[in-house]
Design a protein. Structure first.
Length: 67
């Protein structure tokens, strides 16, 4: 999902999405460790989506200020 789509979500929805992505990443890593993961690129995509969500949340709490 692109960052623009994440910016359209509310803060509560972003927190929910962050929790979902964290759980999904855990399960993907577990499946990769047991050699049951069909698409290893899914781990990378999930990590990037999680980073995008965290970035949008951080921008909202900082008021859009750059570090």
């Amino acid at each position: 999902m692109r960052a623009e789509k994440f910016r359209e979500l509310s803060t509560d929805e972003l927190h929910t999405r962050e929790r979902e992505l964290t759980e999904e990443l855990f399960h993907l890593r577990l499946r990769r460790a047991t050699a049951q993961l069909a698409n290893p690129m899914k781990v990378r995509e999930t990590k990037r989506d999680l980073a995008r969500v965290k970035t949008v949340l951080r921008q909202r709490t900082d008021g859009g200020k750059a570090a």
